[in-house]
Design a binder for this molecule. Structure first.
Ligand code: SAM
Length: 286
């Protein structure tokens, strides 16, 4: 069986295929042998599951997923990796690789075409330059996914898993909590990658909710209010929302009245509100 975390093997593959790491594509490959099995185990890769992987690199995590899950579909943007993967994943007949940008891939069709009768999970060591867009794409598309288990930059992980109403929270925290239950799983040091990134990392899991925890009149408007409130997080929400919603003809007086009616202090800042607070506020503002 291949050991794709072995530095000698990686160097040999790089030389033979003339491959060099692309910083722009966030190519930091895992060389710590304990990490990929852990992501696969904690990420629901198992019998009865089809797993979507985003960004294969040389296939280190892909192989661990293929050993455990019924099927794996991996989406990798870098076409230089395709011949390498043919070699490194040759022993697995339950893996297919799509050479495409995940943001332009119809993942619903991928699931329907490949995972009939199976549950779906997403597992990935994400390219850090598009962590949030990928996570939001997965969540907002309302795909039939059970969980999303991903390696992200440590700070991003802390923000994604922050509790609403705390200083670490942000607009993305609110969105994640709306669609999923986030959990910090474990930390990964920068030395676990080749080449090592400038930051430490962590693995988080988002267990996707079947229903959002709050019901609002207009979901789009809810997120507009949340983004607006966090756009000037040092200001109180009345001030930040009156500039963010300026184009909607909602006066400062209306915002103050809606906040008071929703039981929210007029001096509260974005990070002090819970998802329920935002729901009540958005419903009164619309
Ligand atoms: N899974 C491998 C590992 O853990 O060693 C590689 C992870 S590396 C952090 C991220 C991978 O995502 C790279 O292989 C990169 O080429 C790929 N990638 C970058 N942008 C992508 C995109 N938009 N769509 C799909 N894959 C992408």
């Amino acid at each position: 069986m291949e050991d794709l975390t072995n530095i000698g093997r990686i160097k040999e593959l790089m030389e033979r295929y003339g491959f060099s790491f692309s910083k722009a594509l966030g190519q930091n490959f895992l060389i710590n042998p304990s990490v990929c099995p852990k992501i696969a185990e904690l990420g629901n890769a198992g019998k009865g599951f089809g797993v979507i992987e985003i960004g294969t690199g040389f296939g280190t995590l892909t192989a661990e997923l293929a050993k455990r899950a019924d099927k794996v579909v991996a989406v990798e943007l870098d076409s230089r990796l395709m011949p390498v993967l043919e070699e490194t994943l040759a022993e697995y007949d339950n893996v297919s690789v799509i050479n495409a940008d995940v943001m332009k891939t119809d993942l619903r069709a991928v699931i329907e075409d490949n995972f009939a009768g199976l549950e779906t999970a997403v597992c990935a060591n994400l390219p850090y330059y598009i962590t949030s867009p990928i996570i939001m794409y997965l969540l907002e598309s309302r795909l039939p996914i059970q969980s999303i288990t991903v390696m992200v930059q440590k700070e991003a992980g802390q923000r994604l898993c922050a509790k609403m109403g705390t200083r670490e929270s942000s607009a993305v925290t609110a969105a994640v909590n709306y669609y999923a239950v986030p959990k910090m799983l474990f930390s990964v040091s920068r030395g676990s990658f080749m080449p090592p990134p400038n930051v430490d990392s962590c693995v988080i899991r988002l267990d996707v909710r079947k229903e959002p925890p709050i019901k609002v009149k207009d979901e789009k408007f809810l997120f507009r209010v949340i983004r607006g409130a966090f756009s000037q997080r040092r200001k109180n929400i009345v001030n930040s929302l009156s500039s963010a919603l300026g184009d909607m003809d909602i006066s400062k007086e209306n915002i103050s009245a809606a906040a008071a009616d929703a039981g929210i202090s007029l001096s509260a800042r974005a990070e002090q509100l819970t998802l329920e607070d935002y729901g009540r506020l958005a419903d009164r503002l619309i």
